[in-house]
Ligand binder design. Structure first.
Ligand code: FDA
Length: 502
């Protein structure tokens, strides 16, 4: 195995040969190593004293520093893990079982918005909050269909698809990407033209970590009205939540695309009694008045009233959905100090409504857990109009909603018990969700589906998770990978394999 200190000096020497300017590097001897490593680790489940740590962390300040990192990692035959926002559910951006370095793009985070062309260049290390903030600084009627959590990094998010409350009107973040800059395995920077159609297709949803290091993305911005309306309605099981959620399954994906109503199922404490409930959490791209009349026609059972609704700008709605005060400063979107949790998550796709008896079992299981959360995200609208092979993200027409399962807890000692609860819930759900393959969302990474040590899976091994995440797009992803990175330099536990030597 690689001697730590000789590796270090060889690597550092290589970096200084490759770059005119000094490249910030943190080795375990550096006082800031642990702070930098832990800075964006979102899932505390993966931060134990025994989890493998990188030989060093590079924090590039310039694109050329990323090129140098790739060149020197290859030369020293060490694995790279690329990290943008660090939100990977399984920590694949900062963990590995073999010697590795982390290239942390945290400092490559500029967002430049061009209102005239309604486009923006976004560096991978920018957070979604920074994207929304910078758009709002220039326009009240432009937005971007990215995720709800403002600390998520653009790099991983766009690589896996990325969705939020504008999903039904505009599709995914990756659907908006019109150009990108990537460092390939040879340390060259390619753009849309020089990388070619196949690679440009693969990086928009094929999952991070398989094809290179994406430096930045050019995206189309989307039009939003200057006033939008939001509401959240809570119903406990005793107040008829089951019947409403059952009904929601038929309604939500068929609504006009300007209306997005997701449902959160959780448990809360009501006068000392743990109570299961559903929250109907919504944004409408229009006025309160129009929303009320639409809801009255399409979903009167929910009983929406004027008092439940609040009008605001689109950027304020990003604060609302993330749980920040809507009248507070927009600068809150720039706060990178997110709350961190010990958590485990999984995802599913639903094609036919779950019968009410199915919900009885869901509520029962939620009540067993301290902090369970299921989020039902309605599809339909624009998602139905985009073909399954337009980008690698395949979950389009025929899916009525997506499920995110999440549970969080207080300490490492509970990891095993909580994860096994999650696995039992997932097993219980099998009859009600998509099958052959049981589809999953790559950005809700779940290594239970299958993984390989060191990213050494064969075509067939990786087809297990590749099929769930990408369905029929898996084969094209393998062809692209084999062409652009035949020796499988860019890899992780669930990466796309190269079949160059198979
Ligand atoms: P991170 O840096 O961990 O990277 C994720 C993966 O991409 C890793 O494999 C990494 O190596 C690779 N990668 C990162 N940067 C790369 C680059 N520049 N080039 C190539 N590969 C790169 N999703 C969603 O669609 N909607 C949502 O609302 C939310 N909300 C949400 C909330 C919270 C609290 C969490 C923890 C996660 C979400 N997500 C989400 C999921 C999120 O989209 C997913 O975890 C992204 O991959 C995170 O991107 P980061 O850059 O933060 O992760």
């Amino acid at each position: 195995s690689l001697g730590n200190s000789s590796f270090e000096s060889d690597f550092l020497q290589c970096l200084s040969q490759q770059s005119q300017t000094s490249i910030p590097v943190y080795t375990p001897n550096n006082a800031n190593y642990t702070t930098i490593l832990e800075s964006t680790i979102q899932n505390l489940r993966l931060l134990s004293p025994t989890t493998p740590k990188p030989y060093l962390i590079v924090t590039p300040l310039l694109e050329s520093h990323v090129q140098a990192s790739v060149t020197c990692s290859r030369k020293n035959n060490i694995q790279i893990k690329t990290r943008s926002g660090g939100h990977d559910y399984e920590g694949l951006s900062y963990l590995s079982d073999i010697p590795f370095v982390v290239v942390d793009l945290n400092k490559l985070r500029s967002v430049s918005v061009d209102v005239q062309t309604e486009t923006a260049w976004i560096q991978s290390g920018a957070t979604l909050g920074e994207v929304y903030y910078n758009i709002a600084a220039k326009s009240r009627t432009l937005g971007f269909p990215g995720g709800i959590c403002s600390t998520v990094g653009a790099g991983g998010h766009f690589s896996g698809g990325g969705y939020g409350t504008l999903l039904r009107s505009y599709g995914l973040a990756a659907d908006q990407v019109i150009d990108a800059r990537i460092v390939n395995v040879d340390g060259e920077i390619l753009d849309k033209t020089t990388m070619g159609e196949d690679l440009f297709w693969a990086i928009r949803g094929g999952g991070g970590g398989s094809f290179g290091i994406v430096l930045s993305w050019k995206v189309k911005l989307v039009t939003v009205p200057s006033t939008v309306t939001v509401f959240t309605i809570f119903k406990t099981v005793q107040q008829g939540a089951t019947a409403l959620v059952y009904k929601w399954q038929d309604i939500a994906y068929n609504l006009p695309e300007e209306l997005f109503i997701r449902v959160l199922l959780d448990v809360f404490n009501q006068n000392g009694v743990r109570t299961a409930r559903a929250s109907f959490n919504s944004i409408y791209l229009g006025s309160k008045e129009n929303l009320l009349s639409l809801m009255n026609q399409r979903f009167p059972e929910l009983g929406l009233t004027s008092n439940d609704c609040t009008e605001m700008s689109w950027v304020q709605s990003t604060l609302y959905f993330y749980g920040l005060p809507v009248n507070g400063p927009l600068e809150n979107l720039l706060n990178r100090n997110q709350a961190k949790f010990f958590f485990k998550a999984k995802s599913d796709y639903v094609k036919v409504p779950i019968p009410t008896v199915g919900f009885d079992g869901i509520w029962k299981r939620l009540l067993e857990q301290d902090y369970p959360l299921l989020i039902f995200v309605p599809y339909g609208g624009k998602m139905d109009d985009i073909s399954e092979s337009s980008i690698p993200f395949p979950h389009r027409e025929g899916n009525i909603y997506q499920i995110l399962y999440l549970t969080h807890w207080g300490g490492l000692a509970e990891n095993e018990e909580r994860v096994s609860w999650m696995r039992r819930l997932y097993a219980y759900m099998a009859p009600y969700v998509s099958k052959n393959p049981r589809a999953a969302y790559v950005n809700y990474r779940d290594v239970d589906i299958g993984q390989s040590t060191n990213g050494t899976a064969t075509y067939l091994q990786a087809k297990v998770w590749g099929g769930n995440y990408f369905k029929n797009n898996y084969d094209r992803l393998v062809r692209v990978k084999t062409k652009v990175d035949p020796a499988n330099f860019f890899r992780n536990e669930q990466s796309i394999p190269s079949v160059a030597n198979a």
